[in-house]
Write a protein that binds this ligand. Structure first.
Ligand SMILES: [Zn+2]
Length: 208
């Protein structure tokens, strides 16, 4: 099962990727993780990527594509994989198609206002506990350690809205591309629990 997983930040992509990975015994390949592994391992590609990252520049497509291609050649990908964070552009999708055939693209669909509520309502404690204002009933104190709860800068409503807008703008052409190739599977996650969404994904994949 060769899959691509798409979903806005806060759509629950990480959770679903883990469930799919376990159900199909295939690796979850996140480009962020590959970069970190290559940089840590001191590989040639890692050194190349690090040059760009250290300068605060985007790693060019050619480097990203080579890194993903190398990773997909590894033995654990023989029965498939879940790609996460790649491709990001139609050019990358075209490059991917030259070295592997994707079976399906799972698109986790969640309304922006649901994501904004979920993320902007998140409150953290220094002890590591996470809460949501939906269940806090106005409390600003950690039930576990009594610490004062705070909101991460990244979780502020304006920041979340901005991230979602960037994601939508970036991903819309990719969604159209895979819909056109009849590979796109929209999974409506609105009002669904994690296990309901998991069941819906499995049901859709059983038809692939
Ligand atoms: Zn605490």
């Amino acid at each position: 099962m060769k899959l691509i997983l798409l979903g806005a930040p806060g759509a629950g992509k990480g959770t679903q990727a883990t469930l799919i990975k376990e159900a199909y015994a295939i690796p979850h390949i996140s480009t962020g993780d590959i970069f970190r592994a290559n940089i840590k391992g001191g590989t040639e590609l890692g050194r190349l990527a690090k040059n760009y990252i250290d300068k605060g520049e985007l790693v060019p497509d050619s480097v990203v594509i080579d890194i993903v291609k190398d990773r997909l050649m590894e033995a654990d990908c023989a029965n498939g994989f879940i790609l996460d964070g790649f491709p990001r552009t139609v050019a990358q999708a075209d490059a991917l198609a030259t070295f592997t055939d994707i079976d399906a693209v799972i698109n986790l669909v969640v309304d922006s206002d649901v994501i904004i509520r979920r993320i902007a309502g998140r409150r953290m404690c220094a002890c590591g506990e996470t809460y949501n204002t939906a269940t806090l009933k106005g409390s600003e104190i950690c039930a576990k350690c009594g610490g004062k709860l705070y909101q991460r800068e990244d979780d502020r409503e304006e920041t979340v809205k901005n991230r979602l807008a960037v994601y939508e703008k970036e991903t819309a052409p990719l969604i159209a591309y895979y819909r056109d190739k009849k590979l796109l599977i929209d999974i409506d996650c609105n009002g669904r629990t994690i296990s309901e969404t998991d069941k819906n994904i499995n049901k859709a994949l059983s038809k692939v």
